[in-house]
Design a protein. Sequence first.
Length: 146
Amino acid sequence: MMIRLMKTEDYDGVLALWHACTGMGLNNLDDSREGIERFLKRNPETCFVSEDAGRINGVILAGSDGRRGYIYHTAVHPDCRHRGIASALADTVIEALRNLGIHKTALVVFERNEAGNAFWEKKGFHRRTDLVYRDFIIDEMVRYDT
């Protein structure tokens, strides 16, 4: 297993990985090739893939507003789980954020994603009960879950 920075050229492999993972919440705008390319340009040091024999088997996207880090779309191919890939990706992205001077990071996990919630809890990410998550849709998007 090799972890490296994600490149725009990895998009097709990453998209195939996301589609292999049941429950991924994707949409036609943010998760399009153009959307991910824009995200990578804005966050060139905090998005990583895991590769084995030339095949992408894990991904983690993260970004920062200069003050806080945010982790998105962490996934490991179902055939490759329980091998430490997600943990290695998480550790790598946390170190990358630390190197950028970020002292705290957050993420959102679907409540129904029991495995994801258990993973992040084990990694030391605590559930916040004092916040209300809100969003505002600027441009309508088509959402699709895998």
